[in-house]
Ligand binder design. Structure first.
Ligand code: SAM
Length: 189
């Protein structure tokens, strides 16, 4: 029986090495984004995007995914200690390449900062989606004008860029350019 290709590690916040989550929070703040729904790939054990949006008064909601058991355990602890967090920040454990369009809510933003970093032949053993297939599930759940953000600092940014180009070619997105370390693709209105 095929085993899940989970991420057997945990990641602490390190702005120098990996500023993508911080840059995404900066973007939301700079653009004064309010009342929007965000799907976030790769929470880290710090869960900064869910935690910050829960207290910044923006009314933004975050649905996070982690493939790390430790990071998921950290979310469970955070939620037990702060029940109100559960209204605006939900996190689940799983492989994003098993994302299910029937179970996904409508969205305004999706962060695919770590696309392609850990997808291997192990995922193929259980029929996981490809980078493009997974990206299209999220693209189709975005409301008009919604955005998918890739991380230019990822060691697999070439895969993010390829998925972005596929969004332009096959879903009519526009390349909305770079913000700090993030590459933004926008859905038509
Ligand atoms: C290097 S950590 C970065 C965490 C955070 N974004 C940051 O920059 O501090 C990579 C993250 O991607 C998540 N991840 C990697 N592959 C994944 C997959 N196939 N499905 C869901 N999450 C995945 C890991 O669980 C982890 O949270």
């Amino acid at each position: 029986m095929a085993k899940l290709n989970y991420w057997n590690a945990t990641w602490s916040l390190d702005e120098k090495q990996c500023p993508c989550d911080i840059h995404f929070l900066d973007y939301l703040k700079e653009k004064a984004v309010k009342g929007k729904d965000v799907f976030h790939m790769g929470t880290g054990n710090h869960h900064i995007i869910g935690l910050e949006t829960a207290k910044d008064g923006s009314g933004n909601h975050v649905f996070g995914i982690t493939a790390s058991k430790e990071e998921y355990d950290d979310y469970v602890k955070l939620l037990i200690d702060n029940a109100r967090l559960g209204f605006s920040y939900k996190c689940y454990f799983g492989d994003i390449y098993q994302i299910d369009r029937r179970l996904m809510p409508d969205l305004d933003f999706a962060t695919l900062f770590h696309i392609g970093e850990y997808r291997t032949a192990e995922n193929d053993k259980y029929g996981a989606l490809t980078d493009d297939e997974m990206t299209f599930v999220l693209a189709d759940k975005l409301r008009p004008g919604g955005e998918i953000h890739f991380y230019t600092g990822s060691f697999a940014y070439d895969k993010g860029l390829a998925a972005g180009k596929a969004l332009v070619a096959k879903r009519g997105f526009t390349d909305a350019g770079i913000y700090k370390t993030l590459h933004i693709f926008r859905k038509g209105k």
